[in-house]
Design a binder for this molecule. Structure first.
Ligand code: C2O
Ligand code: CU
Length: 473
């Protein structure tokens, strides 16, 4: 087994402790509003596990866990002057945003790495409103696990959904020792061939939060981001009836989450509208049910704690909650080309030939891609498509594991799962596949260049489960 030393003084994974800092606003990140911001990555210390635990040595954007919330408006141009103060090279990938290829942050594919001490200016127009995020694309399993994650919010040009508060929960998952230091064993084959580096400490905006304050009667937009290396969440907001209004930043027909659970694979986001229908003084748990039988299960994420103030209103706000669609090109299914992607490998799966101690352990269409992140390494494309072409792809998961498959550059519509039409045909940038599941997607290859396609369980990505989609002009 890899080094895995659960914290013992408080059962963090059972959420049993009460934290003195419960008054902390969950929306603690600093918002950088406006078009030009600077951002640096470097070593820092942060209190993740709460009172009574020492700070953890982390890597952070601007010294904060998570990084500053970057907030812009649709139609703006984002300019981010980035400086790398890490002891190793890095890049930033703007997950889910439709950026020009040269701004996509993939080393050796769309840009050179930013060396330690180096700088890079990112600049891109913001076509879509929604909830996005940013993280490195170099040595990702290590850099993301050290804390390099942040939210990137693009506000709607015309706000159409009325809410009382706009909240953000960036979910992090950390594997800490008893002393609250990051456990080693990055890329351990036991993680890489199984479910990835799942941790023992789940944070909301960089800290364990036993309680989140809410007010009776208020309507909240809650933006959820799963920034974990590998953990999947399935959240049940007990006593409440959340409605999903966007997935992976893209508006969707408002609906109740299937089976009452908001499922988020690594990389995925969900925007919810929640009416706080409890009474002053009440409290309701937000519980996670994704891994019912595993040692690393999380039973409670936090608790919505109602203050004593009088309800803001007597009955839920009667106002529309549907967001306006983003200007995405609609796939032309009649004229589509079809190229499927078969996922294989992992423990109990058909391992790719010639496996070393660091893999490859996983493959897409029989090809295991390794080390694209080393400087100058250039992967051969697995799929080539002409610009403007609609492509339909079935991801066929022949493994016994969960894989959130992420495509850079082009949000896609989910057409079907296991042959059954998808109810909402939602736009996504990451589709979560269960064991032996198939999901069919469609997208327009809008922009020429080489774009990554990979599993967002970072330990899977780095041991073979990635590929390049080439869009030719
Ligand atoms: Cu958020 Cu290539 O990843
Ligand atoms: Cu995977």
């Amino acid at each position: 087994m890899p080094p895995f030393l659960p914290l013992t003084r408080r059962g963090l994974l059972t959420g049993s402790a009460l934290l003195a800092g419960s008054a902390l606003l969950p929306h603690a990140a600093r918002a950088a509003v406006g078009e030009g911001v600077s951002l640096s990555a470097g070593p820092a210390r942060a209190n993740l596990a709460g009172t009574g635990f020492p700070d953890t040595a982390v890597w952070a954007y601007d010294g904060r866990i998570p990084g500053p919330e970057l907030r812009f408006r649709q139609g703006d141009t984002a300019r981010i002057a980035f400086a790398n103060a890490l002891p190793e090279p890095t890049t930033i990938h703007w997950h889910g945003l439709r950026v020009p290829n040269a701004m996509d942050g993939v080393p050796g594919l769309s840009q050179a790495v930013v060396p330690s001490g180096g700088r890079f200016d990112y600049e891109f127009p913001l076509k879509d409103a929604g909830t996005f995020w940013y993280h490195p694309h170099v040595n990702s399993g290590v850099q993301v696990a050290h804390g390099l994650t942040g939210a990137f919010i693009v506000e709607e040009r015309e706000p159409v959904v009325r809410v009382d508060r706009d909240l953000l929960w960036l979910l992090g998952d950390w594997r800490l020792t008893k002393e609250a230091e990051l456990a080693g064993g990055f890329g351990h084959p036991m993680d890489a061939t199984h479910a990835g580096r799942i941790g023992n400490t789940v944070t909301i905006n960089g800290a364990v939060r036993d309680s989140v304050p809410v007010r009776a009667g208020e309507r909240v937009r809650l933006r959820l981001i799963n920034a974990a290396n590998a953990r999947v969440f399935a959240l049940d907001f007990q006593g409440h009836a959340p409605r999903v209004i966007a997935l992976d930043g893209q508006p969707v027909t408002p609906h109740a989450p299937p089976d009452g659970r908001v499922v988020l694979g690594p990389g995925q986001r969900a925007d919810l509208v929640i009416d706080m229908e409890g009474q002053p003084g009440e409290g309701f748990d937000v519980v996670d049910g994704f891994y019912p039988r595993m040692a690393y299960r999380l039973t409670r994420l936090t608790r919505l704690t109602y203050g004593d103030e009088a309800p803001l209103r007597d009955s839920p706000l009667d106002a529309p909650i549907a967001l306006a669609a983003n200007p995405l090109p609609e796939p032309d299914l009649a004229g589509a080309v079809r190229q499927d992607v078969v996922l294989d490998g992992g423990m109990h799966g058909a391992m790719p030939k010639s496996v070393g101690p660091r893999g490859p352990f996983w493959a897409l269409n029989g090809v295991a891609a390794m080390n694209h992140q080393s400087i100058g390494h250039h992967l051969e494309p697995l799929i080539t498509v002409k610009r403007g072409q609609t492509q339909v792809t079935a991801f066929v998961n022949e493994t016994g594991w969960w894989h959130p498959m992420h495509l850079h550059g082009f949000p896609f519509r989910v057409l079907s799962r296991n042959g059954r039409p998808a109810e909402h045909r939602e736009w996504r940038d990451t589709v979560l596949l269960g064991p032996r599941e198939t999901a069919e997607i469609a997208f327009v290859a809008e922009e020429a260049g080489d774009w990554m396609l990979h599993c967002h369980v970072l330990e899977h990505q780095e041991t073979g489960m990635m590929a390049v989609l080439r869009v030719t002009a």
